[in-house]
Design a protein around this ligand. Structure first.
Ligand code: C5P
Length: 232
């Protein structure tokens, strides 16, 4: 399974993201496109970035009735993205329907991962707003197990949860971890962070890195440093 650094391209417009990717002449980073860019620039932005030779993680976090998710996933699959995701809270049936929709006639499909509990959800809000009265790490592992049961490839999780997810769902079950910062870098609004090197040690499969690369004085050098620390 490919270990890789995924660059979170959280830019508001097509021009901004393409100008950023133009900086990379020798390598083609795996890029994450989120809701802001996708809803603003439309599916064309995916085709454009694919045409330039990048792998794409389309981070749209689908959550709807199984039939709607199945049909929407079929559309995303035709866009030829390499990885996409959904909310495990949509149930095992929704996740199974997503895989059906994503699977192409030749049997191939993009990697599908689940969001468990968002890292922005606290224990307190989960209990009060969602009426889930279990420890949050137990909920995260339960959702990860549901994702595995539905046939998904892995989960998005905090680097601090990656080891436990692998212990619960198996080594082959992919962990995609944001919240990565260089040891000498600015944490920004992220609270629980890890360096690329620590993420490698705890067995993260893919790290998602945004501002440490996109806001660096030299984004290409920052990307190379990330790859060196995480993979080499
Ligand atoms: O700039 P930064 O490295 O913090 O970007 C991290 C990326 O990962 C952003 O696109 C953010 O939305 C996403 N993400 C996150 N934490 C999660 C899930 C996604 O930071 N729990």
């Amino acid at each position: 399974m490919g270990k890789d650094v995924i660059v979170a391209c959280d830019f508001p417009t097509k021009e901004d993201v393409l100008n950023f990717l133009d900086l990379f002449t020798d390598e083609k980073p795996f890029v994450k496109i989120g809701m802001e860019l996708f809803y603003g620039a439309g599916p064309e932005i995916v085709r454009e970035i694919k045409k330039r030779g990048h792998k794409i993680f389309l981070d749209l976090k689908l959550h709807d009735i199984p039939n709607t998710v199945k049909k929407s996933m079929a559309v995303l699959s035709k866009l030829d993205v390499d990885m996409t995701n959904l909310h495990a809270a949509g149930t095992v049936d929704m996740m199974k329907a997503a895989i059906e929709g994503l699977t192409r006639p030749d049997g191939t499909r993009p990697i599908l991962i689940a969001v468990t509990q968002l890292t922005s959800t606290s224990q307190e809000r989960m209990e009060k707003d969602l009426l889930i009265n279990e420890p949050i790490d137990k909920v995260v592992m339960h959702y990860a197990k549901n994702a595995a049961e539905a046939g998904l490839d892995g989960v998005v999780c905090s680097p601090l949860e990656a080891e436990k997810v692998h212990a619960t769902c198996g080594k082959e079950f992919i962990t995609v971890t944001p919240g990565v910062r260089f040891a000498d870098g600015d944490k920004g609004d992220q609270v629980r962070v890890m360096t690329p090197e620590q993420a490698k040690i705890i067995g993260s499969d893919y790290i998602v890195v945004g501002r440490p690369i996109t806001a660096a004085d030299d984004p290409v050098a920052a990307y190379r440093r990330c790859v060196k620390e995480f993979i080499d």
